[in-house]
Design a protein around this ligand. Structure first.
Ligand code: NAD
Length: 363
């Protein structure tokens, strides 16, 4: 995390994308404009094309001009990409390639996904109130190694028998750097890291455990626990309140972070940050482009607004402005304002833009 600069002028690459991406992004920008004045910050928003919107203009989901724009900025705020219009394009040109391309280009190896249950939304969770009320965890997922990227991977055929294979691989360095991010994050929270692996079966997990223990020695104020991934997926629904920071590798993190998302009630509430060794980092809501509701004013902009709040904290060191946004969101929810995805018949149903305005009013 960066210290706040003396001259608090920041360039933000705004890649709104497709579907509800531009709708939720407009609200996040509105909220950023509101904290700008109040907290002595200054933002220059620079818009770029990504996903289907870029395919339509440049024939590719992540044009060189967008990568260049991001490289010139202090942080990247990403909306969402994809939609039925581009479903037929070949796989290397799919809109979703834009995010993978940005992660790869900027070396973003740690994905942070907080899962917090806002008390007014407790009944939107599929879990019982007494189980879910303590939920406040952060998943730190390794993003650029492991099974998804290991080689060799492929398919072959011999004697009429077809075989497919993937390789799970981790280096000490890859584990070490993401572990530091998890421990640093825990120092600012409840000071507990649960490292999740499958060390009873996998060699990569045994190395993972060894390296995480070594890194832990540098953070004596943080308690370290180890848990097998199968047990963790169960504990998350039995007693999610026991977790503070969950540190895990790419594949396990992919699955556990979706599990944590569903506990909070709506995917429209969940932000994320992808960090590396140097800026720009990337911030995005965890949801997709939701083509089923695009253009209807029903999208919940809170995930994108909270992603902007993570950007203030992790890229600009502006924790005061970041907390002001989180508090304003809580107050909007306490005030009974609900977009359609979190509306259960009580409170006031509001549109995407109205929710943005209400959050701004509370700042
Ligand atoms: P999705 O997240 O777009 O939608 C899943 C469901 O959640 C839908 O019913 C949608 O209406 C609802 N939803 C999502 N975000 C919401 C919000 N902010 N407010 C209210 N409701 C919301 O996932 P999907 O339907 O599987 O995918 C749609 C498209 O998005 C696909 O093209 C997919 O590839 C793409 N996608 C992109 C990203 C990304 O850009 N990071 C992530 C996931 C999916």
């Amino acid at each position: 995390m960066l210290e706040r600069r003396k001259t608090a002028m920041y360039k933000i690459a705004v890649l709104a994308g497709d579907g509800i991406g531009p709708e939720v992004m407009a609200e996040a920008v509105k909220v950023l404009r509101a904290v700008e004045k109040k907290f002595g910050l200054e933002f220059e928003f620079r818009e770029g094309l990504a996903g289907g919107a870029a395919i339509d203009v440049h024939g590719m989901p992540l044009p060189e001009s967008t990568v260049k724009l991001c490289g010139e900025c202090d942080a990247v705020l990403f909306g969402a990409v994809g939609g039925p219009k581009w479903d037929g394009v070949e796989s290397r040109l799919r809109p979703e390639r834009a995010i993978l391309g940005l992660r790869k280009h900027f070396g973003l190896y740690a994905n942070l996904r907080p899962a917090v249950l806002f008390p007014p939304l407790i009944d939107a969770s599929p879990l019982k109130r007494e189980i879910v009320e303590e939920l406040d965890l952060l998943i730190v997922r390794e993003l650029t190694g492991g099974l998804y990227f290991g080689t060799p991977k492929g398919r072959d055929e011999s004697g009429g028998k077809v075989r497919a294979f993937d390789t799970m691989t981790y280096t000490e360095h890859e584990i070490e750097r993401v572990a530091h991010i998890a421990f640093k994050a825990a120092q600012k929270r409840r000071k507990r890291v649960t490292s999740v692996d499958k060390a009873n079966v996998l060699e990569t997990s045994r190395l993972w455990r060894e390296v995480v223990e070594k890194v832990a020695a540098a953070y004596p104020d943080v308690e370290l626990f180890h848990m097998y991934v199968d047990n963790c997926s169960m504990q998350m629904v039995i007693n999610p309140g026991q977790f503070d920071v969950i540190l895990t590798e790419n594949t396990f993190g992919d699955i556990l972070s979706d599990e944590s998302a569903v506990l909070t009630g709506s995917i429209g509430m969940l932000p994320s940050a992808s960090l590396g060794d140097k800026q720009p980092y990337l911030y995005e809501p965890t949801h997709g482009s939701a083509p089923d509701i695009a253009g209807s004013g029903r999208a919940n902009p809170i995930a994108c607004i909270l992603s902007a709040s993570m950007m203030l904290e992790y890229s600009f060191g502006a924790s005061d402005a970041a907390s002001a946004i989180k508090q304003a969101v809580t107050r909007a929810l306490n005030g009974g304002y609900r977009t359609a995805d979190i509306y259960s018949g009580k409170g006031r149903l509001v549109s995407t833009a109205e929710m943005g305005d209400i959050v701004v009013d509370y700042i």
